[in-house]
Design a protein around this ligand. Structure first.
Ligand SMILES: [Zn+2]
Length: 145
């Protein structure tokens, strides 16, 4: 059974990647709820939150929190939602554990359209100066050397 996130991790499917390291990748959601909607995904395949080993979970949640910090404290988002869905009934669509990081800008621009290349590149450019925050947070939490 093909898994789109495993294909992306293997470089066999395309994505817009914000960060990769320490067993994690951060990519832009293909169907963003808002501008800058990110997914934090372990490179290794685990179906959902309850299947993922604790240390990898810790890394993923700390990375997601770092990105929430970037949006709230550096880029002016008025709110941010950090969440994971486990099970179809709870809204899980791709059965490879991932955490959504969804910034709210207060501009009323919420939707579920397909990410355009233009928007993707502008989001990558917005995040580029702040990528180091993920690394800082992982180190601060003692999760990487
Ligand atoms: Zn997978």
């Amino acid at each position: 059974m093909a898994c789109i996130f495993c294909s992306i991790a293997a470089g066999e499917a395309e994505s817009y990647q914000v960060y990769r390291g320490h067993g994690l990748m951060v990519i832009l959601d293909k169907y963003p709820v808002s501008r800058g909607h990110l997914l934090v995904i372990p490179v290794e395949h685990y179906e959902a939150v309850q299947d993922t080993p604790p240390r990898l979970l810790a890394k993923a949640w700390v990375a997601a929190s770092a990105l929430a910090h970037v949006y709230r404290s550096r880029l002016g988002a008025r709110g941010v939602k950090v969440l994971t869905n486990s099970g179809r009934i709870a809204g899980q669509v791709i059965f490879h554990f991932h955490i959504h990081v969804i910034p709210y800008w207060g501009d009323g621009q919420l939707g579920r359209g397909v990410l355009t290349r233009e928007e993707a590149l502008s989001v990558l450019e917005m995040l580029e100066p702040h990528k180091g925050v993920v690394e800082e947070y992982l180190k601060g939490a003692g999760l990487v050397g």
